[in-house]
Design a protein around this ligand. Sequence first.
Ligand code: C2O
Length: 564
Amino acid sequence: MAVGVVFFLFLVVALATAPGGDAAVVEHTFIVSQMMLNHLCNNTPVIVVNGQLPGPAIEASEGDSIVVHVINKSPHGVSIHWHGVKQQLNCWADGADMITQCPIQPNKNFTYRFNVIGQEGTLWWHAHVACLRATIHGALIIRPRLGSSSYPFHKPDKEIPIVIGEWWGTDLVRLDKRFNNSNFAYVPGSSTINGKLGDLNNCFGFIEENYILNVEHGKTYLLRIVNAALHPQYYYKIAGHMFTVVAADANYVKPYMTDTIAIAPGETVDVLVVANAPPGMYYMVALGIMSLGPITETPAFISRGIVSYNNQANATSDGTPIMVPEMPDQREETLAFYFHDNLTSLVHHRVPADVDERLFITVDTGNMCRKGSVPACGLVSRMNNISFQPPANGSLLHAHYSNNMINNVISTLQDFPSRPPPRMVFNRGHTSKATSLRRVRYNTTMEIVLQGPPIWPSYPNPMHLHGHDFFILAQGHGRYNAEKDVQAYNLLDPPVRNTALVPVLGWMVIRFVTRNPGVWLLHCHIQQHVSTGMAVAFVVENGPTMDTTLPPPPADYPSCDNQN
Ligand code: C2O
């Protein structure tokens, strides 16, 4: 306890007194290009950054400036989102396609400039167009300004990014088109750990490589786990080892011991693991959670890597037995619910008490029929019964900035209601498409109840808010009940996150203050859901002063000509 308090004070002092002068500039060049990868007996063209999958990790210290020159040599337009970066007064660099910018067209460049002030831990970056983030992603690591000895936990000997992803083995732009007007949930060919499919995947006897983590006995490792998958939530486990969870979404949590991590798409989790098992080899397993139904139609999404004490590059070939962890059932969702429920903030922030604006938002899928499309009807995703349609000919932010031209430029606009239409809640029909947008004044304390369908099971929806962290005050099953559930709010040490996993058959309450003018998307991080409309844009107005006003766009801001 005493140690915890000392660490806590140290952290606060470190963040408050960090001298402005010694912040560094971390500079990267990202060359986006197409290359061929062969997995599961198939050559597939994929678009990657610097020829790597996962892409390069960005490593910075709190307070640094980050400069990334994106050079697009690929055949598709791209934008890159810095997932979890607050982008204070810097919405132009958020990288959300058609929200904050138009994509960088082939053979064009754009330089993203942003800082990581007041943020520490693991974030990540990914493409924010169609499904391209399946192969365009990487970790964004922010260490304490005063070095790794000022972590509020035992200083790790080594830090390792663990990026959980997927191998789709298909054209990802076409996949995105197939998501629409479809009654089918598309699933990947395999899961990956740091780009490797692992030895449970083979075709005609060609076994896929495992990711191998060589460890030294007695050493402590900080695993920075990112779920970059388009599709499911994952369980992650290492045979014979325990984890101490120390952070999530780049916010420290009270140390929490467990042998199983649950991580939803978009989330990050930092864990300490001590290599204290008898020397040998141990599988690490990432298993996709398919809470919806029969295994027959949902094969196991699984990737294995190996933790090796033997320093063997090719651990599988010499016949040494490798310990296998006992995984939860792939349809088991309760464990993931409690994993999230058990996280509390290490630092006790002051949770704003007076709520200015309350939203009740239903997140679900519904049927929508369109004239002239084949098939005529298909499932779409929606929030308060509106299925989000990105604008076609310009970014929302630029239209909003240009003397409020937003209504002239964007013809599909609709104000997002503070509740779903009466009697239409979780009615499968009655969906419309619109660029739904919610205007919010500067410095508004928002409380949002996110309600999933309480009747029929669906996936838990990881709702990610751009440009803001929020407090998670409560979550529960069934229908949210304002009178009763408010009693259960955690106002003392709620976790601070950028992604809120709305449980299956349940709800979640988040609270945050709008002090960052711009246009910020709130959306589900399951790609099929966001591609088919589970999103809404918040327009946060400027504050009263210059330093609460969004500056003009950068000079090389991508033009919106030639958008397709
Ligand atoms: Cu990580 Cu809008 O997403």
